[in-house]
Design a protein around this ligand. Structure first.
Ligand SMILES: Cc1ncc(C[n+]2csc(CCOP(=O)(O)OP(=O)(O)O)c2C)c(N)n1
Ligand SMILES: [Mg+2]
Length: 598
């Protein structure tokens, strides 16, 4: 019969193998049933363990760790609703292809469905969000079972990483007693020299046949365009893309989340340019090459969707299959770095092609600069400022909603841009603070979180990481009293939403404000005080620059708050797009003439 010593011996072997595979971080949450899991993780010397009270925060923190490091982190929690709190982060990890290892403690089978406390059905609890679920069972720690446990750990680790990376969920039934009486005996079932029990270095090859097809397609194009979206793992890819586009003289439409908005070919303001019908009519490409996720920009998505007969191809090694408009004609399961390296030099596009894109981009930049010139801060100005102000060693975590869009629209192209990360798998506004802290825990350089007031409110508890875990984060809060994104939509002006509910006419807020925009009505200075973090309210550009510099120089976490107005923000965005349109109209006729450049 197994007892607590068996439990701990098996878990020690399991955790040791995770460390031998390369895992360096785990997240824990409180509980009794999970104590063997949590203590085994925390006692493993190579493993940094981050304690979280809220499992939802824990899951998102692990997500941030993995996004920043490229390696899965373990998330351990107790049984019951605790395990269910991990679903949002697991969904995001699944959709965004981020590796994660979920370890849930459970009651043993004899205590399930008989009224034992804190017991729910945890089998396949994460559903389709987990790429592999396994019920571990209860075992004696004999030699054979210890070796099996080691293999299981390696399999869980490598499975989370290979192919389409994602979530592995192991459910651990744990019998009482939950702590051993004395010290654990030695266990020499592991491999010598600290090697993992099963090594499985994964490789994404560049197969010769696919490579030559890919190369031929690129060589046959005259006016190519590269669209680069979110790719959080491979810094080398960004360099490879800028090199390729410079050599081929192709415009590079790079979302900041690709890391590739840099160099001579970068077209930073494609979101504004592609709103202009004359521009898109004049600038017909003959090949689109897509790398990484599809960017958020709606004009870009609509442009791609409407290109008709233009050949569109993708490099998609993780089987993301992002093609909502069904326009891709070839999707290569090739590693983009190896593929672009493997095809060698390609013929350059005609001089005018990139030149015209570039002069349009410069015009857009001028128009945007004029429209945002005032010293008083606006939401777009904050995004643009961060793009200029932050060192290349910094990482910007952007929240969903307007921050990620403003980054895409207003971030300049520059050498060595700061890294940009975002939870774009499911576009949630949940768990953002925790994810950013997870990134901060994994990286040496400074991390800045650009976030709206509703998203900050949603994960306000994530701020606990500042003092409980002693982590640094610069939170740049755009406080516009609610979800400013909804003010761009028809619902903001619809009579059905601007009314009051029957019998509710005396309420100050209309239905739109109360139920859709949802102003949090929080005093964030007091929230900062409660969580023991700094707070700075800034209103103009020089104030922002000074506050960011101060915050970067400090240990600890600071919230830099900027107050803006939702309606004025919509008006400013529309003004920018108009200004860019006018600036483009002034482009000399031959450049945007109806005939595509030869
Ligand atoms: C978990 C979750 N709930 C709801 C939504 C829908 N949603 C998208 S944006 C948004 C408002 C975000 O407001 P804020 O963070 O203040 O950013 P702003 O729109 O003002 O830029 C909401 C509720 C979501 N994406 N995720
Ligand atoms: Mg807001």
């Amino acid at each position: 019969v197994s007892d607590a010593t068996d439990t701990y011996l098996l878990l020690r072997a399991f955790v040791q193998e995770l460390a031998r595979c390369g895992m360096r971080a785990a997240c824990t949450s409180p509980g009794s049933r999970s104590a063997p899991l949590v203590l085994s993780l925390a006692r493993q010397p190579e493993m940094r363990c981050y304690s979280h009270i809220d499992e939802r925060c824990s899951g998102f923190f692990a997500l941030g760790l993995a996004k920043a490091s490229g390696l899965p982190a373990a998330v351990a929690c107790t049984s019951g609703t605790a395990a269910a709190e991990l679903l949002p982060a697991a969904v995001e990890a699944h959709q965004a292809r981020v590796p994660m290892l979920v370890l849930t403690a459970d009651r043993p089978p004899e205590l399930r469905e008989v009224g034992a406390g804190q017991t729910v059905d945890q089998l396949k609890l994460l559903g389709g969000a987990a790429k592999w679920f396994f019920e571990v069972g209860v075992h004696e720690a004999d030699e054979e079972r210890l070796r099996w446990m080691r293999t299981l750990a390696c399999r869980a680790f490598w499975t989370s990483l290979e192919g389409r990376p994602g979530v592995v969920h192991l459910n651990f039934p744990l019998r009482e007693p939950l702590v051993p009486a004395g010290a654990l005996p030695d266990d020499d079932t592991g491999r010598p020299d600290g090697r993992p029990y099963v090594a499985r270095p994964w490789s994404r090859g560049a197969h010769a046949h696919a490579l030559s097809t890919f190369g031929a397609l690129l060589a046959g194009a005259d006016r190519g365009v590269v669209v680069a979206g979110r790719d959080e793992r491979d810094a080398e890819l960004a360099h490879q893309l800028t090199r390729f586009c410079e050599a081929a003289r192709w415009p590079l439409l790079a979302d900041p989340l690709s890391g590739a908005r840099s160099g001579e070919s970068a077209i930073a303001h494609y979101d504004a340019l592609l709103r202009d019908d004359r521009f898109t009519a004049a600038m017909q490409p003959d090949l689109i090459l897509r790398v990484g996720d599809l960017p958020t920009s709606k004009p870009l998505r609509e442009w791609l969707a409407g290109l008709g007969g233009v050949r569109q191809i993708a490099l998609d090694p993780e089987s993301a299959w992002q093609d909502p408009a069904a326009v891709l004609e070839r999707s290569f399961a090739l590693d983009p770095v190896l593929a672009l390296e493997g095809i060698g030099p390609t013929a350059a596009a005609p001089e005018r092609w990139l030149q015209t894109w570039r002069s349009a981009d410069e015009r857009a930049a001028r128009a945007i600069g004029r429209a945002l010139a005032q010293e008083r801060l606006s939401e777009p100005a904050v995004a643009a400022e961060l793009g200029e102000l932050l060192p290349g060693t910094a990482t910007v975590f952007v929240a969903s909603s307007m921050p990620v869009r403003d980054l895409e629209t207003f971030w300049p192209a520059r050498p060595e841009p700061p890294r940009a990360l975002c939870n774009r798998g499911a576009n949630g506004i949940d768990g953002t603070v925790s994810s950013a802290f997870g990134v901060s825990a994994a990286l040496e350089g400074p991390v800045v979180l650009l976030i709206g007031d509703v998203a900050l409110t949603h994960d306000l508890g994530g701020l606990l990481a500042a003092t409980r875990l002693g982590l640094r984060l610069v939170v740049v809060l755009l406080n516009n009293d609610g979800g400013g994104i909804f003010d761009f939509l028809a619902v903001a002006g619809a009579p059905i939403a601007r009314d009051h509910a029957p019998g509710d006419e005396r309420q100050a807020e209309d239905l739109y404000t109360r139920h859709i925009a949802t102003p949090p009505l929080l005093d964030f200075a007091r929230a900062a005080e409660l969580f023991g973090v700094g707070h700075d309210l800034v209103g103009d550009r020089s104030g922002l620059r000074a506050a960011v510099e101060r915050a970067l120089a400090q240990e600890g976490t600071t919230i830099i708050e900027i107050r803006t107005e939702r309606e004025a923000n919509v008006a400013l965005h529309r003004h920018v797009w108009r200004e860019v349109g006018e600036e483009l109209a002034a482009l000399s006729p031959p450049a945007t003439g109806a005939a595509p450049p030869a």
